[in-house]
Design a protein around this ligand. Structure first.
Ligand SMILES: [Zn+2]
Length: 350
């Protein structure tokens, strides 16, 4: 399958996009382990939240508002979208760069207008990280797994052990950092062999992890979405583990909203709704991962979204479907963040 013209998601595409930004603000979030630029692009007015206590202490005092009071009338709902925490999961990067081009020029790389998404993002403070793991991205010599076979996908995603065998999923997580154990370092990892999803969150190893956690702490996004690719999965959220149950319910509510929006557009099996609460009662326990950590630092929703990656195996979505799915996800997330503000005002949630 040929990579379509709108499919822009390389590190060069990010640099070119960043260079031409006029309406947004560009910030160098950090340098990767390999010295590459990790950018954040911001649109809309930002909040200056006054933290009287960190989140742990505020909840200890019985009121998260000591950490971040979002009940002010002028509070601006904030959404953070993070592409390519795993470097070979290009789909989120492509969608974010298209969104930036749409905001900057009025059309995406398709040349299409999209009033629906632009009006949904009005009055939103939007934070975009096109590619959190630039080191991993740099290790993949192409821009998509569209039409690629399973072996190629596994080789470039998780890499190979010293004996040449594929690291595979989830066994690639059995060594961490994985550097020193591999022949080919897959795009999952930064140049130090750290899988950012499974850093040591109390003592982060990677600057990329630290920078994301700092951002989540400073800005307290109402919704953070880590945009992943999950082979040819039916797109879905992965319920976040070890967070308060009401956050799981909010994630479920957003999932229902996204599902309804896909069906309203005529896509029947484009998105799968996650469970209402994760199962937490069995051994071995699920991992406390980057989504859990972001959520614990600020008490807000952080969700892993798994996209279809268009491999030449069963359940292959087209590049247009993959992109469209992200547009629906973004649109509904912006609407949801604004609804959260209204519900906070009505004291339906805190
Ligand atoms: Zn991933």
């Amino acid at each position: 399958m040929e990579t379509p013209v709108f499919w822009k998601g390389s590190l060069d595409d990010i640099e070119n996009t960043v260079r031409n930004i006029k309406k947004g603000k560009v910030k160098l979030l950090c340098k990767s382990a390999g010295g590459r630029n990790i950018y954040m692009i911001e649109y809309g007015e930002r909040n200056y939240l006054h933290h009287e206590a960190n989140y742990s202490s505020a909840t200890g005092a019985g009121n998260p508002k000591h950490y971040a009071d979002k009940t002010q009338a002028d509070y601006i709902p904030t959404v953070l979208l993070v592409g390519a925490t795993h470097g070979g999961e290009f789909e989120g990067t492509v969608a974010i760069l298209n969104l930036i081009n749409l905001i900057e020029t009025g059309v995406d790389f398709f040349g299409r207008e999209n009033d629906e998404i632009l009006s949904a993002m009005e009055n939103i403070n939007l934070l975009l990280i096109p590619c959190l793991n630039a080191d991993g991205r740099a290790r993949v010599p192409f821009d998509a797994f569209l039409g690629k076979d399973y072996k190629t996908f596994r080789y470039y995603s998780q890499g190979t052990w010293k004996d040449g065998g594929l690291c595979e999923y989830p066994n690639c997580k059995a060594k961490h950092p994985i550097k020193g154990h591999v022949d080919f370092l897959g795009s999952y990892f930064n140049d130090d062999g750290v899988n950012l999803m499974h850093d040591n969150f109390f003592f982060p190893m990677a600057e990329e992890t630290k920078a994301l956690l700092l951002l989540c702490d400073e800005r307290v996004p109402d919704v953070t979405i880590l945009l992943h690719g999950g082979g040819n999965t039916t797109p879905c959220f992965i319920q976040t583990k070890y967070v308060p149950t009401y956050l799981n319910h909010e994630i479920y509510n957003l999932a229902l909203q996204v599902k309804n929006a896909t069906e309203a557009k005529g896509y029947k099996d484009m998105f799968r709704v996650c469970e209402k609460e994760p199962s937490m009662d069995k051994y071995p326990p699920p991992s406390f991962n980057l989504a859990s950590a972001c959520s614990h630092i600020n008490g807000e929703m952080c969700i892993v979204f798994e996209s279809n990656q268009g491999l030449a195996i069963k359940n292959q979505h087209t590049p247009e479907q993959i992109y469209e799915m992200h547009l629906i996800l973004f649109t509904e997330t912006f609407k949801f963040a604004k609804e959260l503000k209204l519900r906070r005002k009505q004291n339906v949630i805190n």
